[in-house]
Design a protein around this ligand. Structure first.
Ligand code: ARG
Length: 501
């Protein structure tokens, strides 16, 4: 349809090479909305007559209720959704009305308008899923304030903790990503329409009016910026990657914790796969796939930024390649959060297994060292040496727990490292070790954000109030977009009613 200068049709292989139709399916609805607002503005700016706008609006409504019309020969050979809808409107209304729909507009501002509108919805639905998962994490945390388990650094047992603290840590991190999306929305939510091909238009159009009709908070002012920049989209994908990396880390933890060796959690059968060969197997495939899909999103992020690298200002067709990557990133993330939410909320926690592992663990070593500092007024470094030597001795005796060391065992170690102290005798150190159980280890941890019960309660109630606030803010944002669509539908109805004979 656009071939005013080139002669004849595109070669059919060239057409299928150029076509973005497969990726534009997701834009159909937004492209219609954009066109509706655009033609209403053209009418109110006295560029379209009442008959013309009514013809076009009726035509657009027909396409929504009966999209099969787009499949007709001559229309289905379009390069993209923008050309397809315009061709269909011209077919329905005739060129005199339909031919005016694209006045003061280009596919260059149109495509980025559609992308921004879809991304707004994607951000909102991803944010909804993030809050859902965060809620479930808080719920599991509440049930596991007393579930003592080892915490790991370098994947070696480090300090004792409680499962609730792990769950809440992911919740904090998800909330930060929610905030990033929430903030990024404000940069996505600006209308590029009216920037035209790159340099605006000499027609007397009202860019702000279209922006308001479509629920945007304003316009992307500079027409070169409006058509060329994709920073809003790179920002979106980088938050997707960030969020996916959270899910990936959670997956890795859950996969480990569900092994026979750890045994802290059991995944619900609904979220476990089996083996074609080994009947005993119950595999954490959904978690592995989240981990695998994180790599694909990382790849998409690199591809997207690479497409942008080296482009001149202004629209180039390379930009079309962004769309499939963007849609895939968005839907993969949304699906992954959903699955993770189900896994979290159906998780069985084996509190006994976690406790057993904790009670045998040397992860109480730091608590004992800190107790020695308080008991004997020694420096941390000296306490570190004493406890390190005791752990080494317990470990060479067949990995016995520290509280299985006798007074004599301790005396030998103290002698070996030349440690003598008026208060910290082997008897005293023995008593200290005996006094530090997994429970006291947790109780003794007094710093903000640590695993003790009060801190868990504080974090849980803080996170609940943050989630309450964000859930209601997000709800308003989503309602605003629904209101925008309803207003547009009513406005269209009024124009059609007034213009119909
Ligand atoms: N199909 C194109 C895309 O997805 C739309 C814009 C085409 N503009 C152009 N001047 N060829 O990016």
């Amino acid at each position: 349809m656009y071939r005013s200068r080139p002669v004849g049709n595109l070669d059919s292989d060239a057409l299928s090479f150029l076509s973005s139709m497969d990726d534009d399916v997701d834009l159909f609805f937004y492209d219609i909305l954009g066109s509706q607002a655009h033609v209403i503005m053209l009418f109110e700016s006295h560029i379209l007559t009442q008959k013309e706008v009514v013809d076009i609006l009726i035509g657009l409504n027909q396409l929504v209720s009966n999209p099969e019309q787009l499949n007709r020969p001559g229309i289905n050979s379009s390069e993209d959704i923008h050309e397809m809808i315009e061709s269909a409107i011209i077919r329905i209304t005739g060129i005199d009305s339909g031919g005016k729909m694209h006045t003061a507009r280009s596919r260059n501002d149109q495509v980025v308008l559609d992308i921004r509108m879809k991304l707004r919805d994607d951000v909102n639905s991803i944010c909804t899923e993030i809050l859902r998962l965060a809620r479930s994490l808080v719920r599991v945390a509440e049930e596991n304030v007393d579930t003592i388990m080892p915490m790991y650094t370098h994947l070696q047992q480090a300090q004792l903790g409680v499962l609730s603290q792990y769950m809440l840590s992911y919740c904090y991190s998800l909330i930060r990503n929610f905030e990033r999306y929430y903030d990024a929305f404000t940069r996505i939510n600006a209308s590029p329409l009216g920037a035209c091909a790159i340099g605006g238009s000499s027609m007397d159009i009202d860019r702000e009016k279209v922006a308001t009709m479509l629920g945007f908070s304003g316009i992307v002012y500079n027409s070169v910026d409006a058509t060329s920049s994709r920073d809003f989209l790179i920002e979106f994908v980088s938050i997707c990657l960030n969020t996916m990396l959270d899910l990936c880390r959670m997956s890795e933890d859950f996969i480990l914790w569900s092994t026979s060796e750890f045994g802290f959690i059991v995944l619900d059968d609904k979220y476990s796969s089996s083996s074609s060969a080994m009947p005993q197997k119950k595999n954490p495939d959904p978690l592995e796939l989240i981990r695998g899909k994180t790599a694909t999103i990382q790849g998409d992020f690199v591809s997207i930024s690479s497409i942008m690298k080296g482009l001149p200002s202004g629209y180039s067709r390379d930009l079309q390649e962004l769309k499939p990557l963007l849609w895939k990133t968005s839907s993969t993330l949304r699906d992954s959060i959903k699955i993770m939410e189900r896994i979290v909320s159906t998780l069985y926690v084996d509190k006994k297994a976690a406790y057993n592992s904790s009670s045998k663990s040397y992860a109480i070593a730091l608590d004992i060292a800190e107790q020695l500092i308080r008991d004997g007024d020694i420096s941390f470094r000296v306490a570190h040496k004493v406890i390190g030597a005791l752990v080494e001795s317990a470990s060479t005796r067949g990995n016995i727990p520290m509280n299985a060391l006798s007074v004599d065992d301790i005396a030998i170690v103290l002698k070996n490292i030349d440690f003598s102290h008026p208060i910290l005798t082997s008897e005293k150190i023995y008593k200290t070790i005996q006094s530090i159980t997994p429970e006291t280890s947790i109780k003794l941890r007094r710093t903000k954000g640590s695993p003790n019960k009060n801190e868990q309660a504080f974090m849980i109630s803080y996170l609940k109030s943050v989630l309450d606030k964000y859930e209601s803010e997000l709800e308003h944002r989503i309602q605003d977009l629904t209101k925008m669509q309803n207003n547009l539908v009513n406005r269209i109805k009024r124009i059609i009613d007034q213009g119909s004979p």
